[in-house]
Design a protein. Sequence first.
Lengths: 177, 179
Amino acid sequence: MNSKNTMEEQELLKLLKDYPVPEAQAGFYDQALVQAAHQGTQRQRNRWLMTGFGSAIAAGLAIWVITAMLMTAPQVPDVDPAIPGVTIALEQEQTVRLVFASATALDSATLTVSLPEGIELAGFPGQREITWETSLQEGKNLLPLTLIALTPAGGELLARLEHKDRDRTFRLLVEVS
Amino acid sequence: MKDADQSHVFERVVRPHFDRLYRLAWRLTGTKAEAEDLFQELLIKAFGMLDQVVKIEEPGSWLCRVMYNLFIDQHRRFSRQRMLLVDEGHLPGEGLADLAGDFDPVADNERIEKLKHLDAALAQLSEDHRIIVLLHDTEGYKLTEIGELTGTPVGTIKSRLHRARARLRQILSEDGTFS
């Protein structure tokens, strides 16, 4: 390595040492613990119930016993954890910010936002589908969407990104409080 | 064990490692929203394995490995469908927002500018390279520790680290950061 490279390496290492991590917000650890105990316990119970259910069938036990247990067991929310979600207030403009991660810069990409019934994009009253052309930078790209819930139904928002012959659809669950 | 007892035992075992785990989550994901999600998912998983967790000799290292595996699983799952929700003030690059100044506005600005360039340069690395360089050069993990965490041979990590630094030097040289 020549001297220029050595100096650059030293400067790089100094910068990397300085590269910050913000501290966790006050109260985050406590909340995370409470949530872990709550959900972790549910998972333990659900796992036990599923095991019990399988064993019951294998042993030919009466299904109604298991059904009764399942009915009294804590309900597992029917939500796909893979889909991010947001809760917005009824009849109030609220901005959600989506970040698209792109491996490369994309010029002239087309973005189409499809809204669930009862949710509108501010400035586009009555439109369930809005399309526009955009460019994406390499890395993370921010897309702020100002939503208004006209009914409490909520639903799934789809953001479809198309570029040349490729496309991706992103999903966002919108709940209304 | 009662639920309340379980919670206390769990907290006693995991809380001492929270700062280390949060930093790791941040280094792996790069945003506050994702770091918090990953941290939370780890705790939920670990709580479900409480019987095993209490018997582990070095729970900190074990938790780091579980977190890394969760991250890899999620990344593979979402690699074709990455969309994040971020709150006001929690935007990408947010890690640079709260930098403490040295009471020298010119020096501070220059330093923050350079760190922004570094932030952008890191985003251009492959994920493997970004994680290795951050864990080694920023967090101070040893090569062997990274090897244990990622399940990658030390020789491979060494060469990736070398290539990652070289690529960062190239990017930062081209964009004028190293002038």
